[in-house]
Design a binder for this molecule. Structure first.
Ligand code: PXL
Length: 276
């Protein structure tokens, strides 16, 4: 197997089982070297905590990029998640341009919103900048809220296939492959819709009623890791979905664990799924 190097750009939420504390172990479990560029450092994530600290690392990015380029450190994939500022998004596009090896993918999780709302601290300027990153990417992994913000199509909580197809048409208009997460046509199941080369595939699985924080990051990290390791898009989408469900199942019922999913005990099952 080739030894691949991926760069992931997202925040460090020091406590919170999301972004880099999830991406780094999961990408490593996928058997690929993982370089990190922290977008910001927060004491916790912003969902359900009050008074968190936030240090934006935008200013560090140009010098880090210049150093890596000078050292000829290039990447087989760049995967972005939660970013720290609208201005930072331009630096991230520049990194992909300068440091991705030819023909290698930019994978973007436009982590900025859920359940019909932007995360705290983000505004319409951030959404506008995120559109430039998303519509230049090879693979994008929005949830339905993010898809609606990126396309200007109204947000719906319940919908039929025609609504999802409309989102997929708009999201794939610039040629990228779309993995739309959290697509649910009935109360008992949910899944992902993958639009690639004009064709839509669904992967459905059971819905667990309790939503958990950070599952978008778990999903995107495993998808990016599996794809970089050489799995097809549909296999990567399925492996990531099965792993995310296993992590949620391992967490529900523990009322003391409210800020993320207990994904660590499930890592063995991920490694087995990647070997199949
Ligand atoms: O899981 C997405 C995420 C990542 N990073 C931070 C967040 C969130 C979602 O709320 O607040 C800091």
């Amino acid at each position: 197997m080739d030894y691949k190097r991926i760069l992931t750009v997202q925040d460090i939420s020091c406590i919170g089982q999301c972004s880099l504390t999830v991406a780094l172990p999961l990408l490593s479990a996928c058997g690929i070297e993982t370089a990190v560029l922290p977008s910001a450092v927060l004491s916790t994530h912003t969902g359900g905590f009050k008074g968190y600290t936030f240090r934006d690392l935008t200013e560090d990015m140009p010098a880090i990029t210049d150093h890596w380029e000078k050292e000829k450190l290039y990447f087989d994939a760049v995967y972005t998640g939660y970013l720290g500022s609208a201005r930072q998004i331009a630096y991230v596009r520049d990194i992909a341009k300068r440091l991705l090896k030819p023909g290698c993918p930019l994978i973007v999780d436009p982590a900025m919103a859920d359940n019909g709302k932007l995360y705290p601290g983000f505004d319409s300027d951030f959404v506008e900048s995120m559109k430039e990153l998303v519509f230049g990417a090879d693979y994008i992994l929005p949830n339905i809220t993010e898809a609606s913000l990126l396309t200007g199509i109204e947000y719906r909580e319940s919908y039929r296939e025609d609504y999802i197809e409309k989102l997929l048409d708009a999201l794939s208009a610039s040629g990228g492959t779309v993995i739309l997460t959290g697509v649910s046509y009935d109360p008992l199941s949910t899944g992902v819709a993958v639009r690639q080369s004009g064709k839509t595939d669904y992967y459905c699985h059971k819905k667990i009623s309790q939503g958990c924080h950070g599952t978008g990051d778990v999903y995107a990290s495993v998808f990016a890791g599996a794809l970089t390791r050489g799995k097809s898009v549909t296999d990567a989408a399925r492996i990531a979905a099965d792993f995310t469900v296993a992590c949620i199942e391992n967490t529900v019922g523990d009322d003391t664990h409210r800020y993320g999913v207990k994904f660590e005990p499930c890592i063995g099952s991920l490694i087995s799924a990647l070997d199949d």
